[in-house]
Design a protein around this ligand. Sequence first.
Ligand SMILES: [Zn+2]
Length: 121
Amino acid sequence: MKSVAKQAEDEYFAKQEIERKKQRDLERKKNLLKDFEDGLKRAHYMCCPKCGHKLVEMDYQNIKIDKCSKCEGIWLDQGELELLSKKKNVSDSISAMIQLGLEYATKAKCDIKEKLKKGKK
Ligand SMILES: [Zn+2]
């Protein structure tokens, strides 16, 4: 039969071991979540949220905007819409953005056609 002191000591170490296990499990879960989020970012970074094709970064009045190389959708990062709306002439800004987008889309399509032609040779 264990002494009272020995029992208390065993309980103390058992609680410590449980606490260490909880910390290890928590750390493992944090790492799994981080790996999952990193994987999502790698898989979807600079891809169109609508059609999944590559996004092309364009510079418009020192604001980096993303345009889809396939569906031609224009995507803004956090805060960029507010920055655009603060430009002096918003309607001129939007018109210029559309023009810029059309030029990029045309260039992207030409690049893709050239790559396809080169691939066939
Ligand atoms: Zn798209």
